[in-house]
Write a protein that binds this ligand. Sequence first.
Ligand code: IMP
Length: 429
Amino acid sequence: MPMHVILGAQWGDEGKGRILDAIASEAAIVARYSGGDNAGHTVTADGKIFRLHLIPSGIVHPRPVCVLGSGMVINPQRLLAEMEQLRSQGVACDPERIKISPAAHLLTPMHIALDKAEEASRAKRIGTTGCGIGPAYAEKSYRRGIRAEAMAQPEECADKIKAHILRGNEMLEKLYGCPPLSADAIAAEFYRYAQILGPYVADTLWLVDEALRNGKTVLAEGAQGALLDLDQGTYPFVTSSSTGVAGALGGLGVGARSLGRIIGVVKAFQTRVGEGPFPTEETGDIGNRLRGDGSLPWDEFGTTTHRPRRCGWLDLVLLRYSTRLNGITEFVVTKLDILSGLNPIRVCNAYRGSGRDYRDLPMGASRLDGFEAVYEDLPGWEGDIRQARTRKELPGAARKYVEKIERETDVPVSLVSVGSNREEIIPWN
Ligand code: IMP
């Protein structure tokens, strides 16, 4: 069997976790390939809400082995807290179920301190999650990061951490004027983390390869979204990892010939957390209506930071762009129910700039300033659609909205979600 990839086709928070949950039960392996605990995946199952940041969503099912891939940066403290939380909800989190790539990088309190200091010193903020992601990937690129394999030897791991903190303190104090961190205390913490997490480090390259050779299903779980990709996203307002298909191959060590379905998860409207361009943003009533007031679990507030998300109309120009870059073979459309009651519903079908209209972004996503969104108005529908279980049970206008996405992007939709529960997902074909 090939490896199927599930990735966010927008700026993250498309609802990948629950879609993965919907198809993960058949998989032998569910593997996260990039990012760290900046991600927040919410899965609602059996009346329980599971909030995942590092562990792949497959953990909620009894079968799949969950891999934390080499493209990830892992904060051991957050990982252990997440395991504890899952255990308290009845989910087993032992080394048989969770495997950490030896080549994943460890994220430390120094990365977090540097992330916050750097963000505070920026004239133009990125609005990072403050989880230390940028500095952890920077150290990896500097080739002085500490990889998960170091946890096999807790004492050596602690020594490496100590040296890393002392070096980081130079920057913290001299460059940013911040107080230093305690190298001894953090080294001692990591000694303990290594003792606990060492047994979880496994040869994930081999595991994934073996599964693929034996015809088993591997699901590659993306984090964030295609437009936050370090290379192809709205740079510099991006995260520091490869969020798309390239990240899945590199971050799990799988060859392109193993690729199967490339599933782009698309929210029925557009959201973004943090700073950066957002051509279809609605800052008034429509934006507030799409966001919700925060009283419901699916309202548009960050799972990791609880920040209100910026909201706006669906942007088909950006969607065509992320589809093209990632070779998306199918879409899963989420949160269609949120559009109920809005009339008209707008979609951005082109950008206008320099006297012409663009349906795609041949120049990339980092230069969106100076474009004006060109909208098409589509008829809305009334009433609660969360009870619909088939395409036919949806109001005609809701069906047409999904069909419009298919037509304008030339990509078929396979599933549409109309609510946050497992059963509120409609097969589209
Ligand atoms: P960082 O990944 O914390 O460095 O943040 C960089 C940018 O990516 C910021 O705009 C964040 O808000 C955004 N970001 C990071 N993780 C997520 C996510 O899981 N969902 C949505 N936005 C994210």
